[in-house]
Design a protein around this ligand. Structure first.
Ligand SMILES: Cc1ncc(C[n+]2csc(CCOP(=O)(O)OP(=O)(O)O)c2C)c(N)n1
Ligand SMILES: [Mg+2]
Length: 908
């Protein structure tokens, strides 16, 4: 069976000598009575230690009984007016359901979720009324990750707060057709930039991003950039969502960092989309052991106050045993049935338990609530969580999916997807929520039941406002006011401009050299946050270890093996580098929190996330998409790029498509630079765009592919076409020879190949080829599409010319493009090239071999470019039609062993 049955301390555990055991227990009881809890705890710990020495095999307690962690006698006073809060919670619940229902009106029918918020309303409301501090709070405010499909509840609250109008509620999921009063389906900062802070709806990203948000807050504090020590992160999550690897995979980070500023609230309604989360087991027990094992503080809120009396009278543990052994599937069914059913099928299994409820009517049995619906129990849990120190806390709150919506919703397997209520459902729900709306009003148009808002003068609404005032303003709210940056001056880029002299270096190294100088840049460098998933040595970033240091809030308490070395591995609470371990999912979560610090904390930081290009977009593309939603700014560096360049590593490492993937993310600006000076201008323009204050769209992430093949980097040419570098294409070399003309295009590591081809074409075949470095195929495509779109919609206006066309318009001869990526990368600009266009690329799986052999295999090397160019010229009648086959013979193009393009070596 599942973990929930393994508790050796549960009442159902068999005792071989109960009398003797009772004597021991009595001793303990009198110890507590005489010397108090603390002393008794000391004795117990000492006994446990002794039992370990005696090898008694007493296990750590992974789970506790299926009971509330906080005993009734330890519950704090509820400080609010429960009656008033309950009143407007019901209004919020009504409006949340009605807004989804109204979104199903004929002709609209855009979907939405009713049952999720219905199950979690009390959890949110206790938070909003008593815990969650707004951004005007002196401490800086809390950060709330709201469960994506519970968004109707947040909108409904904002409606009562007067922050959203009824027309806006009716614009739910109609962002264009109902503009400017549309509301996004889920929390999407990009779509509602003044409202939502954290996108959460892709299951699993909320939990992992919340962990790294809490870490960022500590990082800012430890590094003295901002005191965020009074801020808490609260993440609302689903129990089904906890199945995602991202939900659980980084729990240890939160524990190791001691993130007591982090609280997870998991709404355990026992259901996910299709049915039970753990029908045969118990999700709360499973999560308890999982979180506890990861080092978290666990608070279970299983039962409402109505159970307190029963449990107090449960002297022989009969009820507790039933609670422990009942699987979730049964708990779900109880709540889809009736009080009589619960009496018979739950309590009825043990006469002693049945006796405990003998004085209750069936209705009262039905009224025994789950903990997550009980204000006081939830309040107690939130208070304990917010006060707990040294560990992150998870609250596991048991609820009913579709709570209060009546028998056709509550606990039904299909409830997640139910978006519409029948007239009867509406009436039942109206009664349960005590909404002063008449039958006649509902019957008038069942598609459009009215919203309810008693107005600003209402006592409850005033109470609601007062609570938010006391807590520092309304939530959620996204702000973008931030400390202005002094961007580095030109001298920071000098290293890129001067080239590598006679030294061969990879573009990775060229980038790292620039990064080093940027980090040194006064008043600016400390805001750069290198993020590295355990590849620093691969990319030469280990050089930063001793100076920038690796962030570890606990410092370095061991004697480092390499302490004598110049490049010692140095961990420090003030460390600048976020070394996240072998963990791309965590790295992108860190990238997101760091890259949105300008907004969440008003303190810009520039994340520079360096990774194996194969394990970036391909592995964590969804998280990068969410980063785009959250309007993250920063730099992603896809190192060891290229299908043939990372020699030797083979199929799973050889990246020939990350630029295709990155091109699909509208928030990503991708570049494939060839030389250091290109990198310098690209990074410079990126920083200007993100933080220069001029660009209309600063919310972008730059993606640069860099390679590990050592090459000579030329110094920056005089009169470099900087605009071309930044916009995506510039002429690198014009052929001096006379002869038939051709134009060669390449990006990144392939630029030297077309320089080689230029030379071969001139020397072997008398062809004059110009060379263009294409720094960004995808930006050129975007520009071309924008021009197309403009011309399409404005036939009478002066037509726009795509930038590629402007650049290549006067160039003579056919165009041949080559790349170490798949054909689809250079094919992106095909329709904007003013002439015949052929592309060479490396499609298919990579493999292990030398660079020269691999490039010959894919026919993308210098001689391949020559042959392709000659073929195009021959087809146009500009060279002899026998030349291509002569060239194939001369270069032995069909022989992989004849390839010579590319150097050996380079770190990987
Ligand atoms: C990555 C991902 N996969 C699938 C979905 C579709 N989806 C939305 S909600 C949901 C079920 C959520 O169940 P749970 O987390 O228990 O939330 P509840 O509504 O029960 O509170 C699913 C599968 C999604 N949003 N994200
Ligand atoms: Mg659920």
């Amino acid at each position: 069976m599942t973990v929930n049955d393994q508790d050796p301390y549960s009442v159902s555990h068999v005792d071989s000598d109960p009398e003797e055991t009772a004597e021991w227990n009595e001793s303990l009881d009198s110890l507590v009575a005489a010397h108090g809890h603390e002393r008794a705890r000391e004795i117990m710990l000492s006994l446990l230690k002794r039992s370990k020495e005696l090898h008694l095999g007493v296990p750590m307690v992974p789970t506790t009984d299926y009971l509330n962690t906080i005993a009734p006698e330890n519950e704090p006073e509820f400080p609010g007016n429960e009656e008033i809060e309950r009143r407007y919670r019901a209004w919020i619940r009504w409006n949340a359901a009605v807004l989804v229902h109204r979104a199903q009106r004929p002709g609209i029918a855009v979907g939405g979720h009713i049952s999720t918020y219905a199950s979690s309303a009390a959890l949110y409301e206790v938070g909003f009324n008593h815990f969650f501090r707004g951004q005007d709070h002196p401490g800086g405010g809390d950060q709330i990750f709201i469960q994506g499909h519970a968004s109707p509840g947040t909108y409904a609250r904002a409606f009562l707060e007067g922050r959203l109008s009824a027309d806006q509620l009716d614009g739910f999921r109609q962002e264009k057709s109902h503009a400017p009063n549309g509301l996004s389906s889920y929390p999407h900062p990009r779509l509602m930039p003044e409202f939502w802070q954290f996108p959460t709806v892709s299951m699993g990203l909320g939990p992992i991003n919340a962990i790294y948000q809490a870490q960022l807050n500590r990082y800012l504090t430890n590094r003295g950039i901002k005191d965020a020590s009074d801020q808490q992160v609260w993440a609302f999550l689903g129990d089904g969502e906890m199945d995602e690897v991202e939900s659980r995979g980084q729990l240890q980070v939160a524990a190791n960092d001691g993130l007591d500023n982090l609280n997870f609230v998991i709404n355990c309604n026992l259901q996910r989309l299709d049915g039970p989360v753990r029908g045969n087991g118990k999700i709360i027990q499973e999560l308890e052991s999982f979180f506890r094992g990861a080092g978290w503080n666990v608070i279970k809120v299983v039962w409402g106050r109505e159970w307190d009396d029963l449990l107090a009278r449960d002297n022989d543990g009969a009820l507790r045993t039933l609670m422990n052994v009942t699987p979730d599937g049964d708990y779900q069914t109880y709540k889809a049935e009736s009080g009589a059913y619960v009496r018979e099928n739950f309590f009825g299994r043990d006469p002693r338990a049945l006796e405990l409820v003998s004085h209750l009517s069936d209705d009262e049995v039905w009224g025994l609530k789950r903990g997550g619906h009980d204000y006081r129990k939830v309040y107690a849990a939130f208070k304990a969580a917010s006060e707990h120190t040294g560990q992150p806390t998870v609250i596991l709150a048991k609820t009913i999916k579709g709570y209060g919506l009546g028998p056709s919703f509550e606990g039904r397997n299909a409830t997640h997807q139910m978006k519409k209520m029948t007239l009867d459902n509406l009436k039942t729900f109206r009664d349960a929520m005590r909404i002063p709306i008449t039958d006649a009003q509902l019957e008038e148009n069942p598609y459009l039941p009215p919203y309810y808002n008693p107005g600003e003068q209402d006592e409850a609404i005033q109470y609601l406002h007062e609570r938010r005032r006391a807590l520092g303003g309304y939530l959620p709210e996204r702000r973008v006011k931030y400390t202005q940056l002094n961007l580095p001056d030109d001298s920071a880029y000098a290293v890129s401009k001067k080239g590598s002299g006679t030294q061969e270096i990879a573009t990775t190294m060229a980038f790292v050299r620039l990064l080093k100088d940027l980090i040194r840049s006064k008043d600016f460098g400390h805001r750069i946050v290198p993020i590295i998933p355990d590849e620093a040595r691969t990319f030469g970033i280990d050089a930063f270890f001793p100076t920038a240091k690796i962030y570890n809030p606990n410092g370095q308490h061991y004697t480092s093996v390499d302490r004598e070395l110049l490049l010692a591995y140095k961990e420090s609470p003030q460390g600048q580098i976020l070394h996240v371990g072998i963990n791309e999912a965590g790295a992108i979560a860190a990238f997101t929190s760091v890259g949105t610090s300008y907004s969440t904390q008003g303190e810009p930081l520039i994340p520079v996330y360096v990774f194996y290009s194969m394990f970036g977009f391909q592995r964590t593309g969804d998280a990068i998409w969410a980063a785009g939603d959250q309007m993250t700014r920063g730099f992603m560096i896809g190192a060891t790029a290229g299908r043939t360049t990372l020699t030797g590593e083979g199929l799973q490492h050889a990246d020939g498509h990350s630029l295709v993937l990155s091109s699909t993310n509208p928030a990503v600006v991708s570049y494939d630079p060839a030389y250091g000076y290109e990198i310098g201008h690209i990074v410079h323009s990126g920083l200007e765009r993100m933080y220069g204050g001029v660009h209309p769209d600063p919310n972008v992430m730059y993606y640069l592919t860099v390679y590990n093949e050592p090459i000579i980097h030329p110094a920056e040419p005089e009169n470099l076409d900087v605009d071309g570098v930044v916009r995506g294409i510039y002429k690198l070399s014009e052929s001096a020879v006379s002869g038939p003309k051709a134009q060669l295009l390449a990006s990144g590591v392939a630029v030297p190949w077309i320089l080689e081809a230029q030379q071969l074409l001139a020397e072997d075949w008398g062809v004059s080829a110009d060379v263009w470095s294409v720094t960004s195929w995808s930006e050129l495509r975007r520009d071309g599409l924008a021009a197309d779109e403009h011309n399409f919609l404005n036939p009478d206006a002066a037509p726009r010319t795509p930038y590629v066309w402007q650049k290549l318009g006067g160039a003579q001869g056919p165009f041949v493009a080559v790349t170490d990526f798949s054909h689809s990368v250079p094919d992106q600009i095909r329709q904007f090239v003013p002439g015949q266009y052929a592309t060479l690329g490396a499609d298919g799986f990579g493999f292990s071999d030398t660079r020269a052999a691999a490039r010959r295999f894919f026919t993308i090397d210098g001689p391949s470019v020559v042959v392709r160019t000659l073929e195009m010229l021959a087809a146009r009648g500009e060279v002899d039609r026998n030349l291509p086959s002569q060239a194939i013979g001369k270069y032995r193009l069909h022989d992989v062993n004849a390839g010579t393009t590319g150097s050996a070596g380079g770190e990987s």
